[in-house]
Write a protein that binds this ligand. Structure first.
Ligand SMILES: C[S@@+](CC[C@H](N)C(=O)[O-])C[C@H]1O[C@@H](n2cnc3c(N)ncnc32)[C@H](O)[C@@H]1O
Length: 293
């Protein structure tokens, strides 16, 4: 199955709202790779191709992808009857010690679906679920099953990006979404990404630019533009997005009952090493709001 679905996870820095903008810049390819997969919102939105590879350095995230791909029914059974409550969140976060990979995936999945913005880093993992705005536990099995179908035959690894880029076959297309250059994203992700890692990524891509195609999304800063001045194209991009009630805890403000969410603007630069003018526009993806938050 290759249809467009939503990411199974809530993911800080996820590209859900920018996905149509990104999809229109993707060239024809038969080998698709995400070295920084996170919630994989572009992989899940696009058509699968002959070869697909998701990678991330976060072991707990990758373990959850593997369990969803290979043992979806066991995960569903484990989570059966689970309720989204502050007490269960605290239990999974502080008391529960997984004894095996299935239990680790169940814990990760539960906390991801019920935490503020899906942030899993223990210091910043807080309860953030609302019945009206979040995916309810009774919808989790549907989410897990359709994700599992899409993940069939997808290669999933837990490597550093450098190894992925070196191993990528000639002509592969890589969608590259690293942590931001100028924002403190250490609070979101379990592995930190240093200035040196950003330079290392740039050098790696420069070294492989004549044999693979890539699109990088980054915060639109002068440093990033300067680093990638050798790239073929740079596009300034803006899009609107809303943060729903449970994910908006700015200043701890209590929101009015009819509060639907706050509007923000995403501003990034898309950097490509190929000519995107000749691309055939792809169909826009429709949102499935029922399985989104
Ligand atoms: C901006 S997020 C990706 C979001 C994703 N595109 C989405 O739509 O959900 C960046 C990801 O890079 C991962 N990461 C950080 N350092 C890495 C490294 N050295 N190699 C591979 N992945 C890394 C983080 O774990 C995080 O999941």
């Amino acid at each position: 199955m290759s249809k467009s679905i939503n990411s199974p996870f809530r993911y800080a820095g996820g590209k859900f709202y920018a996905r149509n903008l990104i999809l229109e810049h993707i060239p024809a390819h038969s080998y698709y790779i995400e070295p920084f997969a996170g919630g994989g919102s572009i992989f899940f939105a696009k058509e699968k191709v002959e070869n697909n590879w998701l990678n991330d350095i976060d072991e707990a995230l990758i373990n959850t992808y593997l369990i969803i791909r290979d043992r979806p029914e066991e995960l569903i059974k484990y989570l059966e009857g689970e309720q989204a409550t502050k007490e269960r969140h605290a239990y999974y976060k502080n008391e529960f010690t997984p004894q095996n990979k299935l239990e680790a995936a169940a814990r990760w999945f539960y906390l991801n679906r019920t935490s503020y913005s899906g942030i899993m880093k223990p210091q910043n993992c807080y309860w953030g679920y609302g019945d009206k705005y979040s995916m309810r536990p009774e919808n989790w099995p549907r989410n897990i099953r359709r994700t599992s179908e899409k993940l069939q035959n997808v290669e999933i690894t837990c490597w550093d990006f450098e190894q992925v880029i070196k191993t990528a076959p000639d002509e592969a297309f890589l969608f590259i979404d690293p942590p931001y250059f100028n924002a403190d994203q250490d609070k979101f992700y379990t592995h930190s990404f240093s200035r040196n890692d950003h330079y290392r990524l740039c050098e790696m891509l420069k070294g492989h630019k004549d044999r693979i195609k890539f699109l990088i999304t980054y915060d639109n800063s002068p440093e990033v533009r300067e680093l990638y001045e050798w790239a073929a194209e740079m596009h300034d991009k803006e899009w609107n997005y809303t943060i729903n009630r449970t994910d908006d805890q700015k200043n701890g403000q209590k929101k009015a009952q009819n509060f639907k969410g706050e509007r923000y603007k995403g501003k990034e630069v898309f950097i490509l090493n190929y000519d995107s003018c000749a691309l055939v526009p792809q169909e826009s993806i429709q949102l499935d709001l029922a399985l989104l938050f």
